[in-house]
Design a protein around this ligand. Sequence first.
Ligand code: HEM
Length: 406
Amino acid sequence: MINSWAIGRDKDSWEDAESFKPSRFLKEGVPDFKGSNFEFIPFGSGRRSCPGMQLGLYSLELAVGHLLHCFTWELPDGMKPSELDMNDVFGLTAPRASRLIAVPSKRVLTLVARASYAAAARDTTSTLPPQLHYWNSVLPGTSMPKALSELVQPDSVEPPKNFVGYNQHGVEDRTLSVYTQDDDTHLKDPTQRIFFLEMEIKPGTTMKYSLGRNIAGETFLPRKTAESIPFSSAKLPEILNKFSMKPGSVEAAVIQETIQDCESEVLRGEDRYCATSLESMVDFAMSKLGRNVRAISTEVEKGATLQNYTVKPGVKNVNEGGNFVLCHKLTYAYAVFFCHTFGQTRAYAVPLQGADGTTANAVAICHLDTSAWNPQNHPLQEVKVKPGTVPVCHYLPQGHIAWVPN
Ligand code: HEM
């Protein structure tokens, strides 16, 4: 038996043999894979070489091409490619010693939604998804944040037949502990920051931060469709039936939990609403802030690895009057947002630059009244201040929407 693993890593045949450098095959005269260059024989050589080579090449290209075309891939928890464990174990094919975990997020549907939005801006006579039509009519001239536009699909007029979106709480939602009073904030990396002081929002401040992974997940239904489907614990059997879910299944539990979150007791000073469509979210924001509003969200140029981010010049306070509505995406069979207003807050648009050059426009939320916060919980512990003294801030993770007066 021939050890093609060792042949492929032979230092006499390959420059920098251990490095992954696909570009090495672009040079003139390098060995090809067809079997006559013995330094590189992925399909074997000679009369017993692989007869499925051409089919293998086409299939691989098609499969990898599809995966790259439809999804953006990232390593989990901000891991860098250089941190991957490349050890292998002994066996017929020398597989990886530890499994590769790659996290996909939808890409093509986002592009479709954005393209249709861009087309809509040019041509108002075209048939638009109803959500875009509504947006253009009530919020003319304001742009739709990516976190919303990627949830609008031209063809999502029917409720999904089956729902596989459980456990999509992918966004690092530790900041929500502020609103829920729970303290489940555990950071693996003690140098990572979640909360900070308002005075730290100035050009030049550097903090290690993770701006949250972008989860597109389930898309919006047009308001008419969403309103024809019940959304209450009392109607749970009917809802499960609508989505062909078995009572007692994981999906059914997720649906039930989300509805219960929406029906749970309102906190002091909070005004809340679960928006089951983009149109009803817009209406709620307008009912609280007036007709002249805009939606903003944290947008990161690419990925959102845990790294140092430095504040760049151009920080703007975006809610002079202190008013704003915050909407968090819930896990449900279609896009549902938990929107609320609460306490006094100041919101800022903060341009950031990551250590790897990535740029981001983050939304920072500063809570002005922390008098009811528990001094033992993570937020106040992290910034080392007492309740009710100075404002405590955090960045909004990607995917969440802040509505502010325009
Ligand atoms: C990228 C994909 C593939 C790779 C890397 C690969 C690689 C190999 C290698 C290294 C051998 C042993 C050659 C030797 O002993 O010199 C082999 C043999 C073989 N492969 Fe593949 N193969 C691939 C895809 C396929 C496909 C798609 C088929 C069939 C549809 C196929 C059918 C076979 C058969 C029948 C043999 C045995 C040939 C013989 O012993 O006469 N292979 N392949």
